[in-house]
Design a protein around this ligand. Sequence first.
Ligand SMILES: *Cc1c(COP(=O)(O)O)cnc(C)c1O
Length: 437
Amino acid sequence: MAESDPRRLTPSVDSVLMSPRVAHRTPILGDRFVRHVVLEVLEVCRRGELEPNQVIDEVVSQLPSAPSGLKRVINATGILVHTNLGRAPLSQAAIDAVALASGTTDLELDLATGMRSSRGASALNALSRAVPSAEAVHVVNNGAAALTLVAACLARGREVVVACGELIEIGDSFRIKSMLEAAGVQIREVGAANRVHLRDYQEALNERTGFVLKVHPSNFSTTGFTKSVSTRELTTLGAPLVVDIGSGLLNPHPLLPNEPDATSTLGEGADVVLASGDKLLGGPQCGLIMGRRVLIDSLRRDPLARALRVGKMTLAALEATIDGPPPPVATALRLTQAEVLERAQALVNQLPHDIDSAVIDTVARIGGGGAPEVSLKSAAVRLPEPMAAPLRTERPIPVVGYLRRGHLLLDLVTVSRQDDELLLQSILGAHRQLSKT
Ligand SMILES: *Cc1c(COP(=O)(O)O)cnc(C)c1O
């Protein structure tokens, strides 16, 4: 009896920790974490649910490749800026800049004089050069932080005039309205849900007005009996005008004619423009604030500015995104359907015949980044629907596509060309997994 008692046959913690395949992972993952995984697996073994000679295999399979819970994923959804997949992927130049910034750097030191310098000056200069119509710029943690800082600093205890049709929900139940309230301003809603006129704004202005806010409805579009007031018209009101353009285009984009950009919006007379860094700009999560020097200077001095400021790695990634080669979001926008079709065909040609696969035309979307009305002609590899689940978990890399009419589609416009081989390996892995069961 004792011979088959799983508790007696379970290997010791130390013997598992010292086995070479486990031991060589501890310098990367940390002693404490590896020990924790080993203890859990040994517990399963003790309960008799795992053979003692499988303990090491099981531990190795449970150890992640990096000491972070995040897993690299291939985005094959055809949604360029996918909120659940971390929005914009960084360019290689931005990734390199982050790695460099992660060490000790001259973030606030002028190496020539040995004196303290202004934080992140080169990133701010890059943004200024990209948006010359901005007298000054500032960067905070995200778009929401930009709005919060501007509201708190320019309208604390006073009123913000905004069209009620522009009081949008930006995602995950966060609303512009609650953010403004949390910043300690009073909201003066004007107009109806579908229409607002310049006179609505005029009637709402008074001595308690802090500023007029215009928000770009970046995640939906309205049609029918609708009317909003343009930036240019709003500048005639005489109150400071803040425009939240959302998506972070710095200059007009030929493929996105309806998407507002910072340069044009400032050119139309906005005093301050706000945007996110990780949507159409294709950079790191951050909030860009661009506009009149007096206003931006007062934001910088506000006590909240310190709470909302960005880290050195964000500044580095932003600078490399603006000055460096185009980031993946920008590259994907410019791909032709023919290029994507060709890659999809090449992938399908390499699949074994027992996988029911085909190349099909698709329509890709910008996603959380804006331009909800824009559709991009793209192409996908069509696979059987049951492959969706193993593809999300199979090695070498999880792949996320989407289901359409009983099939799994992997749209290649959002997959970097360098990842085509990895994608192929993952499809083959998922196929093997399914064939086993
Ligand atoms: C996305 C968005 C925000 C919020 O920006 P985050 O960077 O997600 O905080 C605010 N306003 C508009 C119009 C947006 O599109």
